[in-house]
Design a protein around this ligand. Structure first.
Ligand code: CS2
Length: 488
């Protein structure tokens, strides 16, 4: 079992920590300790910890979900002293294995809520970051307002001093700091959202306003919510992958992470209580993140879900299989070049075509073995975040809707859980209930367009798009995905 004693006897080929673990402080609290966070923010912070004067920036991870799975995960982190290995693989198979020691401590919130609140209130905590998924901010698409009637939120609003949601914890932490005269912390969203800092601001201030308007004013005046663009393809790790990673590393790691060798983090330099020297670890600080976010979300993420949905229907299960298929590769290129790129307000000097080619090479990385089911998981939230701007701009300008209609049709057909070879798979859609799935499976193929995933353009005249989606769904069933794609 990997733990701190292993650090002195690491197998050859595993990069050791460049700092003394005991000296690492707890300057950051992070909600949502998933694989992406462990391969991204924790990896950047891990590099900072090796630099002079940076040891205060270790991370305390917080898990919000209890139950057997949440408890098992917490136990694993605690048994490993929160250490784990990260394997970065290039498209040519070259790999680097490093120890990551940036996660200093892991708290399971339902098991010890007070420990989390005390950590949030502590002056040592100067940044609270989060990866809580695209759908996790509880914002109503049409109004941009925080939904106060969501079950967890209303429970927290009834007992704001005993919270269970991320909103409740962060705002109660800030309330305690204000009361104690402690400076606030920065709230840093690391999710793939358009203007994630603004969304986080709307969510946390929206919640705080319902608890106490004075507190909300104080937060608005004192807390900062930097926008960021985050990027690193990080697949899930199942038992087989874990064994293979351990065989290659020589470690006995219950929590190894695998990621592509590419990584990008573009951040607004707007931290109200200090930050690590992330620029020394390769983070780009810019005045306006919006252009970078548009590029990332409308090209990488939107392309991912387009390839994922069509690829699953064709019988593929991995991302690299999709870009090796000439028809899918052509579809992705046409979507990027004709639909997405002309409508993106990219940062000055940014070469979108270089980015596009790089995406194809990143998607072809076989060693990452990223599954299409992961890529399409929670598609109902992702379609809304990744496609809405492109759809709106296309509807406004009268742009050709063919590939967009195909993407929506393929996504809806994919949700039915059966590919064209007759194999079943299980789409992961935490926000779709039985009524939603009934709409997807209804004989009237227009019914599914009532799903909230498509609310982002509900206020526009989308009759032509809706008709094209229905026609394409019929065509996919009658002629097959490939023939429909080839005719686009
Ligand atoms: C994927 C992302 O699940 C998805 O939506 O597109 O997880 C993607 O791998 C990351 O955003 C890459 O940075």
């Amino acid at each position: 079992m990997l733990n701190e004693t292993t650090l002195t006897t690491l197998p050859a080929g595993v990069q050791a920590l460049a700092y003394r673990r005991e000296a690492v402080g707890r300057g950051i609290v992070h909600f949502g300790v998933g694989n992406f966070f462990r391969a991204h923010e924790a990896w950047y912070v891990n590099q900072c910890l090796g630099l002079p004067g940076q040891s205060q920036w270790g991370i305390v991870g917080v898990g919000l979900n209890g139950g057997p799975r949440g408890e098992a995960k917490a136990r694993q982190f605690q048994q490993q002293d929160c250490l784990y290995s990260l394997t970065e693989v290039a498209a040519d198979g070259a790999r680097t294995i490093s120890m990551i020691g940036a996660l200093r401590e892991y708290l399971l919130a339902p098991a010890d809520p007070e420990a989390v609140l005390a950590r949030l209130a502590s002056p040592e905590t100067r940044i609270v970051s989060m990866t809580i998924t695209e759908g996790g901010y509880n914002i109503e698409e049409e109004t941009g307002l925080f939904r106060l009637d969501e079950a967890g939120v209303s429970a927290d609003l009834a007992h704001p001093r005993n919270p269970a949601t991320v909103f409740g914890y962060v705002v109660e932490g800030l309330r305690r700091r204000r009361e104690a005269g402690t400076p606030p912390f920065t709230v840093l969203s690391c999710d793939n959202l358009r203007s994630n800092g603004h969304v986080a601001h709307a969510a946390f201030v929206g919640y705080a306003r319902a608890v106490d308007p004075d507190l909300a004013d104080w937060i608005e005046a004192n807390v900062t919510f930097p926008c960021s663009m985050v990027d690193r393809i990080t697949p899930g790790v199942d038992r087989t992958t874990r064994q293979a990673l351990n065989e290659a590393s020589g470690l006995d790691d219950d929590l190894p992470v695998l990621a592509e060798d590419f990584s990008q983090w573009v951040l607004e330099d707007n931290f109200c209580n200090g930050r690590p020297a992330l620029e020394k670890a390769g983070v780009q600080f810019v005045d306006d993140v919006a252009g970078y976010e548009q590029v990332k979300v409308r090209m990488l993420n939107a392309g991912h879900i387009l390839l994922g949905a069509a690829g699953l229907l064709l019988g593929y299960r991995y991302a690299h299989e999709t870009v090796a298929d000439a028809d899918l590769e052509r579809l992705a290129n046409a979507y990027w070049m004709c639909d997405a790129m002309p409508q993106i307000d990219a940062p000055a000097d940014f070469d979108l075509d270089v980015y596009r080619r790089r995406l194809l090479s990143r998607f072809s990385n076989q060693a990452v073995a990223d599954t299409l089911l992961r890529i399409c998981s929670d598609g109902a939230s992702k379609v809304r975040v990744f496609w809405t701007d492109t759809v709106r701009r296309s509807l406004e300008s009268g742009h050709d809707l063919g590939r967009i209609a195909f993407g929506i049709a393929a996504y809806l057909e994919m949700l039915r859980g059966r590919d064209e070879k007759g194999e079943s798979y299980a789409p992961l859609e935490p926000t779709l209930d039985a009524d939603d799935m009934a709409l997807v499976n209804e004989a009237n193929l227009a019914a599914a367009l009532a799903l909230p995933a498509f609310d982002g353009w509900r206020d526009m005249d989308s009759i032509a798009l809706d008709a094209a989606v229905v026609k394409t769904r019929h065509a996919i069933r009658e002629r097959g995905v490939r023939a429909v794609m080839q005719a686009l």
